[in-house]
Design a protein around this ligand. Structure first.
Ligand SMILES: [Zn+2]
Length: 80
C-alpha cells in the first residue's frame, strides 16, 4: 500500500477508492487481458481531493511525480 503526504498536507492512500487511479497507455490496454494483468501493468496515480494535484508513480519503487493544476501555485492549496 502506498501512502504519501500531498504538498498541501493531505494524506493520500492508494486504498482510497476516490483518490487512487490507474494509468495505462492505449498500447498497453489490451481488451484480451484480464483485469488482474491490466492492473498489474498500470501505473498508480493519486489524486488529491483538496488541492487537485495528481501524483503519478511512473516506475515502481520511485517517488511519484507531482502535477499541479494550471494556474495554481505549488506551495499548497489556495488560502482561505
Ligand atoms: Zn493536495
Amino acid at each position: 500500500m502506498a501512502k504519501m503526504a500531498c504538498a498541501c498536507g493531505t494524506i493520500l492512500r492508494d486504498d482510497d477508492p476516490e483518490a487512487s487511479l490507474f494509468l495505462l497507455s492505449s498500447r498497453e490496454f489490451d481488451v484480451d487481458l484480464g483485469a488482474v494483468q491490466l492492473l498489474g501493468m498500470a501505473r498508480l496515480v493519486l489524486h488529491c481531493p483538496v488541492c487537485g494535484r495528481v501524483w503519478i508513480y511512473w516506475r515502481d519503487g520511485e517517488r511519484a511525480t507531482e502535477y499541479v493544476p494550471s494556474g495554481q501555485v505549488s506551495e499548497g492549496a489556495s488560502p482561505g
